[in-house]
Design a protein around this ligand. Structure first.
Ligand code: F6R
Length: 261
């Protein structure tokens, strides 16, 4: 794992944008995996800016989002499709039919989940997967106890996640109880993973992800098995890492030989 510690959220978003923009420039038909939530909002704002000010071209990009609530229509203000349109897709030159989120209204959910996996495979697999981390260490909606071999599936949200996400709804009762999420195994198949973490509320989960044992009790820990995972965390999120000085030291060392990497 490459671990980059930044002073704050803004710098975390800058560094993440540099990575995503470089990948899009290197491969204009990139297959990009995306996440919703507060964490990647700064990254998406920077991608929109790069499109407007530098003409960053999204016309050949394909995207797949990690997850979607079951039962919310795409035009529901709290659906993840709505979020993606509002924060990114409506402001860049991507073809909407190249943007994919699980269909929370699908009738046969089991069959639909298999179809989503197939769509990813048909697109050639995900090149770069953007990830956030839940307070309980989840990736996507892969809550504690989910198999690390899981694939896209229907899941019941954990009470902590319902609580966390209720800030976006009028009341906790309105938060959907179910979601479709890419599984941990599906995420690990991305060629590169980019995990973003910001704020003290993520510090314990991030420590488990990077330094804890690999366990289904903290599904983000499975990233330790990924050969090309980058974590960008601000100081508050990184505050519980035991090897923080070492990660900083490695970053400095890397910058010395960056021209040869
Ligand atoms: C959202 C997702 C979730 C979030 C996580 C962190 O698509 O996959 O795993 O990344 O819950 O959410 P925020 O960024 O709101 O703290």
């Amino acid at each position: 794992m490459e671990i980059i510690v930044t002073t704050d959220y803004e710098e975390m978003s800058d560094r993440a944008a540099e990575i995503v923009i470089a990948e899009i420039r290197a491969k204009p038909n990139l297959v990009l995996g995306l996440a919703t939530g507060s964490t990647p909002e700064g990254l998406y704002a920077r991608l929109v800016k790069a499109h407007r000010e530098q003409g960053l071209d999204f016309s050949r990009l394909t995207t797949f989002n990690l997850d979607e609530y079951v039962g919310l229509a795409p035009d529901h203000e709290q659906s993840y499709r709505y979020f993606m349109n509002r924060h990114l897709f409506d402001h860049i030159n991507i073809r909407k039919d190249n943007t994919h989120l699980p269909d929370g209204l699908a009738r046969d959910l089991g069959r639909y989940c298999r179809r989503y996996e197939q769509m990813i495979r048909e697109a050639g697999g995900i090149d770069l997967q953007v990830l956030g981390i839940g307070r309980d260490g989840h990736l996507g909606f892969n809550e504690p106890g989910t198999s690390l071999a899981s694939r896209t599936q229907l899941v019941a949200l954990a009470p902590e996640t319902i609580e966390d996400n209720s800030r976006f709804f009028r009341s906790k009762d309105q938060v959907p109880r179910f979601a479709i999420t890419m599984g941990i195994q599906s995420i690990l198949e991305a060629r590169r993973c980019l995990l973003l973490a910001s704020g003290a509320s993520k510090a314990t989960a991030l420590k488990g992800c990077i330094e804890g044992p690999i366990t289904s009790m903290l599904t983000a820990s499975a990233l330790q098995l990924h050969p090309n995972a980058v974590v960008i965390a601000d100081e508050a999120a990184a505050s519980k890492l035991e090897r923080l000085d070492y990660y900083r030291w490695v970053q400095e060392a890397r910058s010395e030989i960056a021209h040869r990497l």
